[in-house]
Write a protein that binds this ligand. Structure first.
Ligand SMILES: Nc1ncnc2c1ncn2[C@@H]1O[C@H](COP(=O)(O)OP(=O)(O)OP(=O)(O)O)[C@@H](O)[C@H]1O
Ligand SMILES: [Mg+2]
Length: 348
């Protein structure tokens, strides 16, 4: 989603000059495409870190004091399911457009949740529940400290040895402030898209840039992520960003139980409630969602109830949801294979 108008190589050179002696930049992460995220070595501690660079076109619009506050609040977050901030360049001299603003965080070797979903499709129900619970725990912790993420999506969930950690906490807010300032200044810059959130996970109130975006926008995005983790797709997949945003505003999502009839009903209910257009109708808090997920973890499908004393827990049949949800994608893959075979025959 992030874009920057400056050539990545020029940015890297500028950043390396500024960081000389403390960090050695190794390569750009994220496929060298859209985002300004670099893998670097912390020279003194001899360990890998990730440097995320604020889009240079936004630096001029950053209110330095506000930016410092946002970053300092984010830096105080310490939780097993949040990627911590390690350091940040806060004090760019006013008017110095050569200065690059950056944050550093630990390098998480595992894939992002997006990469996990692309490679292996929706996880089996127990793994899905575990991941969703971890994300909800991270949200509950940050929300209790008054910090809202604003850009929850599978790309911002890193899997550290299989454990979910939310990245970019507090950063989206700082970027949002900068892009608001740029918009107010009447500047049309491509980098503004960085801070607007990501349409497939964007709450209706974010789509209309309401002044009252709060933790419930994260709960909406969590609902979209949960829907995708459980079914394979977010609730609204449209061919353009604009159409996706229009759907977030006006369309009713297909009930998740229709897609995956085997889901624990309490889980299905909580996901659909997160997707309410009206923030007041969403669950009150991420902590509440954690409890609902834990309830779903203890659930067994109708007909699979057994005498708990007689049968040890691991022997219980695994919930059938993954198989039911996957049936569609297996069918899709089979159709694609048949089409490829036919094409091969025609061409051959
Ligand atoms: N702490 C980290 N450790 C390891 N890899 C990371 C880390 N942070 C980011 N990455 C990698 O860099 C990629 C780009 O990150 P970035 O946050 O810029 O992109 P994004 O999440 O797709 O977009 P956005 O700017 O909207 O958050 C991620 O998809 C991930 O693969
Ligand atoms: Mg990110």
């Amino acid at each position: 989603m992030a874009t920057h108008s400056i050539d990545p190589e020029a940015l890297r050179v500028r950043l390396q000059r500024q960081l000389a002696g403390s960090y050695l930049i190794e390569r750009e992460l994220g496929g060298g495409g859209s985002s300004s995220v670099f893998l670097a070595k912390d020279i003194a501690l001899d360990r890998p870190v990730v440097l995320k660079v604020l889009p240079p076109a936004l630096v001029a619009d950053v209110d330095a004091e506000r930016f410092r506050r946002e970053i300092q609040i984010a830096a105080r977050l310490q939780h097993p399911h949040l990627v911590p901030l390690l350091s940040a360049s806060i004090d760019a001299p006013a008017g110095d457009h050569e200065q690059v603003r950056w944050f550093s965080m630990p390098y998480i070797e595992g894939p992002t949740l997006r990469e996990r979903l692309v490679r292996r499709g929706p996880p089996p129900l127990p793994e899905a529940l575990q991941l969703l619970r971890e994300i909800a725990l991270g949200l509950a912790y940050a929300h209790a400290r008054g910090v809202v993420h604003r850009d929850i999506k599978p790309e911002n969930v890193l899997l550290n040895d299989g454990i979910a950690m939310i990245s970019d906490f507090g950063v989206a807010k700082a970027l949002d402030d900068a892009s608001d300032a740029a918009l107010h200044a009447g500047r049309r810059i491509t980098t503004v898209s960085t801070a607007l959130g990501t349409p497939a996970y964007m709450a209706p109130e974010q789509v209309v840039r309401s002044a009252t975006v709060d933790h419930r926008a994260d709960l909406y995005a969590f609902g979209c992520v949960a829907y995708e983790v459980l079914t394979g797709d977010p609730p609204f997949v449209r061919s353009t960003l604009r159409a996706t945003m229009a759907a977030q505003l006006a369309e009713t999502p297909v009930p998740i139980l229709k897609q995956c009839p085997g889901l624990p009903p309490a889980l299905a209910e909580i996901v659909m409630r997160c997707l309410a257009k009206e923030p007041l109708e969403r669950p009150a808090s991420a902590a509440w969602i954690v409890r609902a997920i834990e309830h779903a973890m203890a659930w067994t499908p109708a007909g699979a109830e057994t005498d708990a004393a007689a049968v040890p827990a691991p022997a219980a049949a695994p919930p059938p949801v993954a198989a039911q949800c996957l049936r569609r994608s297996i069918l899709g893959t089979a159709l694609a294979l048949v089409a490829a075979a036919v094409l091969w025959g025609v061409l051959g």
